[in-house]
Design a protein around this ligand. Structure first.
Ligand code: KG4
Ligand code: ZN
Length: 342
């Protein structure tokens, strides 16, 4: 079964064709980074306009790359939440229209479930496992029971980890997107140059929760207070010290969840899963089997959308033509993120 998956939730116009939820036949990602770079962040209106301009050529390119025509496609899928409303509407409306016009089934996909599925495209992974969903909008530690059944154990109480990377980079004018640049700079910096305080979240309800606004404030507004004598305040050192603390916060919660749940397989997803420091620490861990998607599948892509859609379709579950976009996922706090019906 060949599914065409569309992703336009933020600043990548993406389309991929995936066979049987596993084999990537094409994966086209048109990044809008150059257009948002000058503003040091994503401008929603520019994102929507670029998606509208690029969606048709990107879908055509995905078909060409796979050497297929629309006749060979069994179903169409598109992200419908969460994300930027205008951006989501472009891909969703295009996907629904294409499916309706070609009389194919349509499946709307939750972007975060898509990120969680990305690692499955290149690995055989059995459920349940611990999920680490880290992106520009979310920081989630979860128990993953099935592709559509995620139990959120912990999340950020304020900023997402990727957002913290982006905001620190923006403040120090390091460039955009912040995560990638900080990751690169940190490789030539010394993480011991500063010692930032770690957030303390008390109470049983917060065992696996994180907070990033304190770290962000410390790096941006109180750098002198936490800087160690003898280290020059270079961008490399700031990046390394910030990144080390950001990863430490995440891993302390993850390791606690591993211990408490007894789940030794951790599957990562989302843009921050591309972080080289996070990947190297987890790769060296002897008790945890951590599975990361390849870099291209960590950040937004259509392959994760087409891949997960196959599993809904296999159950005969498709979305109605009235399915709409939503900027948020309801109740994306601790608790269940079940989406048995697309
Ligand atoms: O998953 P994604 O492409 O979009 C969202 O769903 O948010 O994630 C984008 C986020 C941005 O905050 C970006 O700075 C971060 O992922 N990111 C990274 C790295 N690559 C991307 N953060 C840390 N290290 C990286 N190598
Ligand atoms: Zn994403």
């Amino acid at each position: 079964m060949k599914i065409l998956g569309i992703e336009t939730s933020c600043d990548e116009t993406a389309c991929a064709i995936v066979e049987d939820g596993k084999t990537i036949l094409s994966n086209v990602i048109a990044t809008q980074i150059p257009f948002h770079k000058i503003y040091n962040g994503v401008v929603p209106e520019i994102a929507s306009r670029k998606h509208a301009e690029w969606i048709m050529p990107v879908v055509k390119e995905a078909l060409k790359e796979a050497d297929l025509s629309l006749d060979n496609i069994d179903a169409i899928a598109a992200t419908n939440k969460p994300g930027l409303m205008g951006a989501l509407l472009v891909g969703l409306t295009f996907g629904k229209t294409l499916a309706w016009a070609t009389r194919k089934p349509f499946i709307a996909i939750n972007h975060m479930l898509g990120h969680m599925y990305a690692a499955h495209l290149e690995n055989d992974i059995s459920y349940p496992y611990l999920g680490l969903l880290v992106s520009g909008g979310h920081s989630i530690i979860c128990r993953v029971n099935n592709f559509d059944d995620i139990e959120i154990l912990g999340t950020t109480i304020d900023d997402a980890i990727g957002e913290a990377f982006d905001k620190v980079a923006k403040f120090y004018s390091l460039g955009y997107p912040g995560g990638v640049i900080i990751d690169k700079l940190a490789q030539n910096g010394n993480s011991k140059a500063a010692e930032f305080p770690l957030p303390i979240l008390r109470g049983e309800n917060h065992q696996y929760d994180m907070s990033y606004s304190g770290l962000k404030t410390a790096v941006i507004n109180q750098l002198d207070q936490f800087w160690k004598e003898g280290y020059p305040k270079t961008n490399e050192n700031i990046a390394a010290a910030f990144q080390e603390t950001a990863i430490k916060i995440l891993l302390s919660r993850l390791f606690r969840a591993v211990e408490d749940t007894g789940l030794k397989t951790v599957v990562a997803g989302g843009g921050v899963a591309a972080n080289s420091r996070l990947r190297s620490i987890l790769a060296k861990h002897t008790e945890i089997n951590c599975i990361f998607p390849p870099l291209k599948l960590c950040t937004d892509n259509g392959a994760m959308i087409a891949g997960i859609a196959y599993h809904y379709l296999k159950r005969g579950e498709t979305s109605s033509w009235t399915t709409t976009a939503s900027p948020r996922i309801q109740a994306f706090k601790r608790g269940l993120l079940r989406q048995h019906k697309p």
